[in-house]
Design a protein around this ligand. Structure first.
Ligand code: PLP
Length: 301
């Protein structure tokens, strides 16, 4: 899959005040549903599935998962099948993300929340692998060592103006940040954690491997929690859109908003070049509008 990077210099009063230069890096493929960190995280599993002549990819995800949609789209492009194990009691035919997965040819299977909690255990994976023995297993969010390797190879630090001092990304399952840490070179890394997960720091350290790069994990600040948004955050995303950068409030919008708060609190030294990874996920806007969390006219879908 051919990937293209697009860099944009962001202006914001907080950045000017603290003399920071902030570059937003968008990573696109010809398919709009395979962008950002998903395009990287799926790269090697897709190659492996093709090389080993697998029927396709088998993977779990939430009912509005960006990862499921990206997997469905990438598999469809490459002539692979895809199966999504969806954390839900019942498949909602009107859910825009699930509708998209189905349109892209993904087979969806509803998995109760209770069962889904076991998703990282070998027993749970074996259970599903036995039913889809010809499929390659990809963990939730696409986070696996191959994904970390692909992200580590991505030159997020090399902005059009030169080497960045800080690399910044939203953090969910941790694979993206682990890759950025592994490949950071001279830059430091800041992850903005948008989920509650006390084990995330250890998981990221483990995934990143034996690295000595400087990195930190910050909880997204003063916001309503994972999968939630509020008017202030949505207004922030709409404001950034005026500069031609579309964000969604669950990952990229929340992370950028929180980053500006951290800067305002003086938590990053003044006058630095920052590189913010736009990790994609714009398909999620339709789901937020469907759930009434943002105005439907604003979803851009
Ligand atoms: C749009 C978007 N950004 C960031 C992330 C976080 O990436 P990771 O799960 O690798 O931490 C995700 C996760 O799934 C995502 O969908």
């Amino acid at each position: 899959m051919v990937l293209t990077t697009e860099w944009q210099l962001l202006s914001h009063p907080v950045l000017s005040r603290f003399q920071h230069e902030l570059w937003v890096c968008q990573l696109n493929s010809p398919d709009p549903h395979v962008s950002g960190n998903k395009a990287l995280k799926l790269k090697y599993p897709l190659q492996q599935a093709l090389k080993e002549k697998k029927a396709g990819i088998l993977t779990p995800g939430g009912a509005f998962s960006n990862h499921l949609v990206a997997t469905a789209a990438a598999c469809a492009q490459l002539g692979l099948s895809s199966v999504g194990l969806v954390r839900t009691d019942q498949l909602d035919q009107h859910n825009p993300s699930l509708k998209l997965c189905l349109q892209l040819g993904m087979q969806l299977i509803a998995v109760s929340r209770e069962s889904y909690r076991q998703r990282d255990t070998p027993e749970w994976q074996q259970h599903w692998q036995q039913q889809f023995s010809d499929f390659l297993w990809v963990p939730e969010g696409g986070t696996c060592d191959a994904a970390v390797r692909a992200v580590s190879e991505f030159p997020l630090g090399q902005t059009p103006a030169g080497q960045a001092d800080w690399l910044i990304s939203a953090v969910g399952s941790g694979g993206t940040l682990a890759g950025l840490i592994r490949g950071a070179g001279p830059a430091s890394v800041v992850g903005i954690q948008v989920v509650k997960d006390s084990g995330l720091r250890d998981k990221i350290s483990r995934l990143a491997g034996n690295v000595t790069n400087h990195w930190q994990l910050q909880q997204a600040l003063h916001l309503p929690g994972y999968g939630k948004t509020d008017r202030k955050l949505w207004d922030f995303c709409c404001g950034i859109k005026e500069q031609g950068i579309m964000l969604e409030p669950i990952y990229t919008g929340k992370a950028l908003y929180s980053l500006l708060q951290l800067i305002e609190q003086g938590q990053l030294s003044v006058g630095r070049r920052l590189s913010f990874f736009h990790t994609g996920g714009l398909q999620g806007l339709a789901g937020l509008a469907y759930c009434g969390l943002i105005p439907s006219t604003d979803s851009g879908q």
